[in-house]
Design a binder for this molecule. Sequence first.
Ligand SMILES: *Cc1c(COP(=O)(O)O)cnc(C)c1O
Length: 453
Amino acid sequence: MQFRNLPSVDSVLALPNVTAAAAAYSREWVVELAREELDAARQRIRQGGEADGAEEIAALVCRRAEEAGLAEPRRVINATGVVIHTNLGRAPLSRAAMQAAEEAAAGYSNLEFDLEAGRRGSRQARLESLIRQVTGAEAALAVNNNASAVLLGLLALAAGREVIVSRAEAVEIGGGFRVPDVLRQSGATLVDVGTTNRTYLRDYEEATTEDTAAYLKVHASNFRVEGFTSEVDAKELAALGDRLGVAVLHDVGSGSLLPTERYGMAHEPMPQESIRAGMGLVFFSGDKLLGGPQAGIVAGRRELVGLLARHPLARAVRIDKLSLASLTATLVHYLRGEAEREIPVWRMISATAESLKERAHSWKRQLSEPYSVAESRSAVGGGSLPGETLPTWALALDASSLPEGAEGVMRLLREGRPPVVARVEDERVMFDPRTVAPDEDMELLAALRGLNG
Ligand SMILES: *Cc1c(COP(=O)(O)O)cnc(C)c1O
């Protein structure tokens, strides 16, 4: 019987590496880990496996104990070429944004203290002035994320009343953010108008009643409707709202402050355009194309922003000091006209195919095995620019002749330190330099050399 060959908990605990782990962490917890690993070993036997020895179980216990001491989330090398990767933490911060967060975290700050007057101040004042400058809005407010910004907007302006939304825009953004559900949670009633592919200004006008609190326009940021379509222009909708006394709200999603067409992609709606079009409020994320920390930004007319800021739920969704510090530093990059150079997402998006080809070749030169350099496409991701890709050159590993196959190589890379996440194209594992920071090159190459060992 294989079961009888399994070591006892005590014999695992007696091994020096496990004794050391028990001393470093908590003995009870390490005993628990040993029990769990022995259970898993029993399970493997039931599935036809051999019994593990005490050393093997001990190694598993020590690895898990060690992992508990590691930071979480753990740093990962993103070689997928997806710039705003939702599963990998969206936007990396600029150096200045990181330093700002670090300073705010490490000590005291004037977070809510007016240094000139020597009394309580507003945590939003400086940030508001920056958002106003980059968007052209009269007033602004930053909160925890864009989902909470939209929810707060609807609560403050439309609870108990009606909100008109085009049928083409009653969308799900992913991760549980569905426009009809958010509306319901705010206590507003959804009135959908138009059809999935076509909505006209008269649809909004005809549906407007005394109960209409707002028109909500949502950028369907993760899919594209093609062909016979028509949507109402922001400017026309804003004018209708003004004429009928209805607030016009625009959820633009990604918060692209730079024109994406400059990089050969479709135009992504920009907050400053919505403001210029006369929208009452515009909502967007801090950590998509804006390239900052998780945050939600509301910009627009002073009296509307004021209603949100004074709503009782504003406190529940307020921005924390670390995000506030790094968001402020990120916005300063736009003000100084240095966003493309300093903000990682824009640096990655603006990297030319030629420079990426050079990097992929330099990786290949430093490796021996059967790597090649192949033309491919990077994606922006993060629920922005659906279907839009950027030309790139990737380092390719043909896995068709490897025993572990492409998925096996991917798994080995994920187990590394730091883990590497790549993508598979036709049994080739592709490493896209676009999303790998230059100071990660050595670690990536070491991980790839490790595959042969
Ligand atoms: C991403 C997105 C949201 C949600 O933003 P979070 O910052 O993730 O909360 C809402 N609306 C649109 C249109 C989006 O693209």
